[in-house]
Design a protein around this ligand. Structure first.
Ligand code: 6PG
Length: 247
């Protein structure tokens, strides 16, 4: 895959002193976008990430829920899910529900979880049906914002370096497999991720330093990282990181 633009020229990098400051500033950024959708009477289609970093945001939003705008225009999806029931501690939906969603009055019909408890093939089909409510562009659903994390191996969502074909998979949703645990995952495919109006990567801690520096310097190894291939066709890719990532 050849890209012409240098990664640092297409990405907006936001660096914060601490994870707490990142959580506050990203939450404010997200709230501004939800308010804009409300003002325009438009639905805001948001996909949450799994992993531990988004919990910083979930906790901040839950603690400050009294100052949140109306969420009546917000529809929540996920970028990926582990193939486990929602009550399993591994569940991305379960984590989001327990740290944030249970405190908010978002109608259940506007929360579109991936049914990790089902047969993975069926869970994919069901999620594709849920995704059909989104506006489309080039036959792929368009999210207003997809929040993503990045693994130390450069994976994002559940697209892992040993499954790079998922970056080009024409199905909207695919079954993936964690390379070391073998855990099955359901993930949005690369074309859906790159169809978003905006992608926001969240990353904290020194553990992410090497992979993020290799991506932003377009080092040869970066092309082995699924995250490096996430460049929304007509959208923006933002990175919210804390200074430990650069330390
Ligand atoms: C998941 C995520 C995954 C995550 C990265 C970073 O389901 O685990 O989709 O892509 O974002 O592994 O995880 P941390 O935020 O925990 O470092």
């Amino acid at each position: 895959m050849e890209f012409t633009a240098n990664y640092k020229d297409i990405a907006q990098l936001h660096i914060y002193e601490t994870p707490a400051e990142l959580a506050r500033e990203f939450s404010d950024y997200l709230i501004k976008k939800i308010k804009k959708s409300n003002a325009e009477n438009k639905i805001f289609y948001l996909a949450l990430s799994g992993g531990s970093t988004p919990s910083l945001i979930f906790k901040y939003l839950a603690e400050n829920r009294k100052s949140l705008p109306s969420l009546s225009h917000l529809h929540i999806f996920w970028g990926d899910e582990r193939c486990v029931p929602p009550g399993n501690p591994e569940s991305n939906y379960g984590n989001a529900f327990n740290t944030l969603l249970k405190f908010l009055n978002i109608p259940e019909r506007n929360i579109h979880r991936i049914h990790g408890e089902l047969d993975p093939g069926f869970a994919c089909k069901r999620y594709i049906s849920d995704l059909s409510v989104l506006p489309k562009k080039n036959d792929f659903p368009v999210f207003d914002l997809i929040i993503l994390g990045i693994g130390e191996d450069g994976h994002t969502a559940s697209i892992f370096p040993d499954q790079m074909l998922l970056l080009k998979n024409q199905a909207w949703v695919a079954i993936a497999k964690h390379p070391s645990s073998g855990q099955q995952r359901i993930t949005l495919s690369g074309p859906v991720l790159n169809n978003a109006r905006e992608i926001a990567f969240l990353a904290v801690g020194q553990g992410k330093k090497k992979v993020i520096s290799e991506i932003f310097n377009d080092e040869a190894v970066a092309s082995n990282y699924p995250a490096w291939h996430i460049r929304p066709n007509s959208g923006k890719v933002l990175w919210f990181i804390d200074k430990d990532v650069l330390a």
